[in-house]
Design a binder for this molecule. Structure first.
Ligand code: NAD
Length: 296
């Protein structure tokens, strides 16, 4: 039974993944090469537990117990040496992930399951650099992890059934809803989401409608909580472009070709919320959505 988990990468997703495992009673080692990032992640986790306390969903005692379940490490090999499950949530870069998986495969105990939170990189490709491809699986949490219910579980070509079952049960123990899919470009979440976002950008690019009109049609007409252009700003336009390239390269089908406007915006550094401007502008401290001057 899995009880000891190492999470690699303490960024947006890694801190959320550590949060939900620790809250459910698992012992977590959160690993990042950047010590300052670990410090920041612990602060974020504490702040998010405080938010749950304010909402009445957990107690002070539960927060203290969960925080006591989290240790940190800056050395990947040392951080995984006692793990029964490793969940990798480092930067979305194929070469980096292949390097991390080779390293983890050497250092983690035999039998330890190696999961990745990748949004789009092939699980089969990652598994192929290890000596235990049957124990490698995708465990794709959604952002923000403590809030979002779905875990998309991706079977690589060699993933053993028992490993899938373990990850399904584990996801349920976290209060999440697991969905098992197979390893093809974009899996399910991004294979469907990214073409929709790309089509919204094409609609803007071709002058069919403006930013607000496109987002309003999808919010009010399709009951989406956020329009596709706003969602793209939140995800990061560079991330959207990278995933569309994975779909385009992986299927060789022109229907996945990224819209030239998206390519231009990424080249110009207009990456969405994190850059302060994408389809909307994001004034510091303001929650108001203002359509970017370029699209007015
Ligand atoms: P992020 O940039 O916020 O965090 C990545 C972290 O990885 C950084 O703290 C970085 O210091 C660390 N890191 C880099 N190299 C490392 C190494 N060798 N060892 C240990 N740590 C290392 O990224 P993120 O948004 O948290 O994304 C992480 C993963 O989750 C990616 O694969 C991404 O595709 C996936 N994902 C992201 C989202 C999202 O909405 N952000 C949603 C689902 C899945």
């Amino acid at each position: 039974m899995v009880q000891t988990i190492s999470v690699i990468g303490a960024g947006t997703m890694g801190n959320g993944i550590a949060h939900v495992f620790a809250q459910s009673g698992y012992k977590v080692t959160l690993i990042d090469v950047n010590a300052a990032q670990l410090e920041k992640a612990l602060q974020t986790i504490t702040k998010n537990f405080d938010r749950q306390i304010a909402k009445g969903s957990i107690t002070e005692d539960a927060k203290a117990k969960a925080l006591a379940n989290i240790a940190t490490a800056t050395d990947v090999a040392a951080g995984v040496k006692n793990a029964q499950l490793v969940v990798e949530a480092a930067t979305e870069n194929t070469e980096l992930k292949l390097k991390i998986f080779k390293q983890v495969d050497e250092a983690a105990p035999a039998g330890c399951i190696l999961a990745t939170n990748t949004s789009s990189i092939s699980i089969t490709k990652i598994a192929a650099v290890t000596k235990r491809p049957e124990l490698v699986i995708g465990m794709h949490f959604m952002n923000p992890v403590p809030v979002m219910k779905l875990v998309e579980i991706i079977n690589g070509y060699a993933t053993k059934k028992e490993v899938t079952n373990t990850i399904v049960e584990l996801s349920k123990n976290l209060g999440k809803v697991p969905c098992v899919v197979n390893d093809y470009p974009g899996f399910i979440a991004n294979r469907i989401l990214m073409p929709m976002i790309n089509e919204a950008i094409y609609s803007l690019y071709e002058g069919v409608a403006g930013v607000e009109e496109i987002d309003t049609v999808m919010k009010l007409g399709m009951a989406h909580p956020m329009g596709p252009l706003q969602l793209a700003d939140f995800i990061g336009l560079d991330v959207c472009l990278a995933i569309l390239n994975v779909l385009h390269d992986g299927f060789g089908n022109p229907k996945y070709a990224p819209c030239p406007l998206l390519v231009n915006m990424v080249t110009a550094g207009k990456l969405g919320v994190k850059a302060g401007e994408g389809f909307y502008t994001y004034a510091a401290g303001s929650k108001e959505l203002v359509v970017s001057g370029r699209f007015r």
